[in-house]
Design a protein around this ligand. Structure first.
Ligand code: HEM
Ligand SMILES: *[C@@H]1O[C@H](CO)[C@@H](O)[C@H](O)[C@H]1NC(C)=O
Ligand SMILES: *[C@@H]1O[C@H](CO)[C@@H](O)[C@H](O)[C@H]1NC(C)=O
Ligand SMILES: *[C@@H]1O[C@H](CO)[C@@H](O)[C@H](O)[C@H]1NC(C)=O
Ligand SMILES: *[C@@H]1O[C@H](CO)[C@@H](O)[C@H](O)[C@H]1NC(C)=O
Length: 341
């Protein structure tokens, strides 16, 4: 099982680094953990939830994602982050996708998301296609989860589907629930614990920063004027600081971006931890994982053995994807992801 999970994640790394490559070895499993005939030896993927109501949903999302990613390789990182931000604010309920209304500011307009979180159009686009094929069936919360899974080719059998979307959302809760990049280790541990995720899972999931980019504004001046000291953050690797100064210039630029993992910026792998151990974590929150003996031990472990981290990451994403899922009469299947019905 674990081994197969790793195989699938590797296939995913492939998907990200070699965009346009086909999907590999997608097996299917239903909610009861039974494996249909003909897919023996292939444990990867599939929620089965829409098998009756919209049998083409999963394949369609996979196909659309492959297509979209082949045209824009920045998409997987955006969708993985979007899934994290959705799940941490009232659970994985698609609330991140909603637009503000005249009376209620949406999560997507809260500072942790606006302007840095992008990719909403990807989910809206997939939803539109699904609505044309299976009107009113596939929830936006599920589309985001499927799209995140496709983004990482996440593979655990327990990776839960069948969640409905919310019509209840709040900008201020996004601010409260999402950890800022200035977080120290104790507040990271606490924020993840409040979502049912352990210290180990927190460090594992931080490995999401092995892919994608950050706006210079999120680095909080670590490269030049840390906490108004007039100096770079002494805990930041000085070569990286110099490179960031060159790329970002002044502190608060929002229009420039830098990669988060300088070793392998487009591959989801454990090089993030290798970088951390060289003080190359981009944010204070990354760096802070070295400041607690327990999290440091996890960082070292994840840096040492790629396959161990990969397996743990799959499991961590799976667990994160199960936070406060709406089922039954809770929530609704939205017609447009950015609007409540
Ligand atoms: C541990 C607490 C975390 C903090 C404080 C944090 C903070 C941030 C910040 C500030 C950015 C850059 C935003 C920008 O300026 O563009 C970012 C990007 C990103 N984060 Fe996190 N994050 C955390 C955990 C996670 C987790 C758990 C995941 C997923 C498993 C994740 C996935 C990503 C990805 C993929 C990006 C790149 C997005 C892109 O390329 O557009 N982060 N994060
Ligand atoms: C939600 O907002 C986006 C960006 O402002 C816009 O493009 C989209 O059309 C909006 N959705 C709806 C249903 O109005
Ligand atoms: C909206 O969510 C909040 C926080 O979870 C809850 O207290 C409130 O009852 C919900 N409102 C509705 C109408 O479901
Ligand atoms: C960590 O950050 C939290 C929230 O900002 C703060 O209340 C706490 O005092 C900080 N802890 C340490 C050890 O600095
Ligand atoms: C989602 O809501 C619909 C009614 O809007 C309901 O029929 C369906 O069972 C719900 N789905 C889940 C997974 O709970």
């Amino acid at each position: 099982m674990k081994f197969l999970a790793v195989v699938c994640l590797v296939a995913l790394g492939f998907l990200i680094s070699d965009v346009g490559a086909g999907r590999h070895g997608r097996g299917r499993r239903n909610g009861k953990g039974e494996r249909p005939l003909g897919t023996a030896g292939d444990d990867c993927l599939s929620f089965y939830y829409y098998q009756k109501s919209c049998p083409q949903a999963e394949d369609l999302i996979a196909k659309l994602m492959a297509d979209i990613v082949s045209k824009d390789p920045r998409v997987p990182a955006r969708i993985i982050r979007m899934h994290f931000h959705d799940c941490f604010v009232r659970g994985c309920d698609g609330s991140i996708l909603l637009n503000s209304t005249s009376t209620n500011k949406a999560e997507k307009d809260a500072p942790p998301n606006n302007p840095s979180l992008q990719g909403f159009n990807v989910i809206d686009q997939i939803k539109q296609v699904l609505e044309s094929q299976c009107p009113n069936v596939v929830s936006c919360a599920d589309i985001l989860t499927y799209a995140a899974r496709e983004s990482v080719a996440l593979v655990s059998t327990t990776y839960s589907s069948s969640r409905n979307s919310t019509n209840n959302f709040s900008k201020s809760e996004a601010l409260q629930n999402l950890p800022p990049p200035s977080s120290n280790v104790s507040s990271l541990i606490q924020k993840f614990a409040s979502k049912g995720l352990s210290l180990e899972e927190m460090v594992t999931l931080s490995g999401g920063h092995s892919i994608g980019v950050s706006h210079c504004s999120s680095i909080s001046g670590r490269q030049v004027n840390f906490k108004n000291s007039g100096k770079p953050d002494p805990t930041l690797n000085s070569n990286l600081a110099a490179s960031l100064r060159q790329q970002c210039g002044s502190v608060s630029t929002v229009d420039k971006i830098v990669v988060m993992d300088t070793f392998t910026p487009t591959v989801l792998d454990n090089k993030y931890y290798t970088g951390l151990l060289q003080n190359k974590g981009l944010f204070t929150s990354d760096q802070s994982l070295l400041t607690d003996i327990r999290t440091l031990r996890e960082v070292r472990g994840n840096s040492a053995i790629p396959s161990t981290w990969e397996t743990k990451f799959v499991n961590g994403m799976t667990k994160m994807g199960e936070i406060q899922v709406l089922t039954g009469k809770q929530g609704e299947v939205r017609r447009k992801c950015s609007l409540v019905n």
